[in-house]
Design a protein around this ligand. Structure first.
Ligand SMILES: CC(C)(COP(=O)(O)OP(=O)(O)OC[C@H]1O[C@@H](n2cnc3c(N)ncnc32)[C@H](O)[C@@H]1OP(=O)(O)O)[C@@H](O)C(=O)NCCC(=O)NCCS
Length: 146
């Protein structure tokens, strides 16, 4: 059985390190805005084990005008748990949270390798690919929340 619940920034670090920052120093797992009171970290637990994470920031973006936009960061599912629907469940959980907060747009910078995953969930690219240092090529992606 799996459940999604709010976790602390500290709880995300082990999965960020394992999936998103492999071989990089532990401080690379701390993201700007992690500790803001408006930031929410969600964890998906599979039979009690933390299997996936996502962070939701109340972070507007001029690209989306005056709409209330939320940014996702640090979406990661442990390699042993990938391709079981957990990533999709986390994304839905994040969108549900954004909706309760009155958000109108969800956006993020997606690794090019994950673009197909987000497209399946209805997200679209905005602009050309760009490089994020030490991580690789990304696209900005977004979706209107209705
Ligand atoms: C990308 C990631 C979050 C997806 O999570 P997941 O639990 O493996 O994905 P799901 O099982 O929920 O997949 C949902 C759908 O997306 C598809 N999908 C999953 N990963 C995909 C990918 N990288 N590219 C294209 N499609 C993908 C699945 O086949 C599935 O399709 P279906 O509904 O037709 O069966 C996860 O693989 C991951 O953590 N990857 C490494 C880190 C990463 O890239 N994070 C994103 C940073 S922006």
């Amino acid at each position: 059985m799996n459940t999604i619940r709010q976790i602390t920034a500290e709880e995300t670090y082990i999965v960020r390190q394992e999936v998103l920052r492999k071989g990089q120093p532990p401080e690379s797992c701390r993201f700007d805005g992690d500790e803001l009171p408006t930031t929410v970290h969600l964890g998906l637990f599979d039979n009690g084990m933390l299997a996936g994470i996502v962070t939701v920031l109340d972070h507007g973006n001029p690209v989306f005008g005056t709409g209330k936009a939320f940014q996702l960061r640090g979406m990661a599912v442990r390699t042993t748990h990938q391709m079981k629907g957990f990533g999709a469940a986390l994304l839905s959980g994040a969108e549900a949270f954004v909706k309760t907060e009155g958000g109108t747009v969800v956006w993020f910078n997606a690794r090019t390798t994950a673009v197909g995953f987000y497209e399946k969930a209805g997200y679209q690219k905005n602009g050309p690919a760009f490089e994020i240092g030490n991580v690789g090529p990304h696209y900005m992606m977004f979706k209107a929340i209705l």
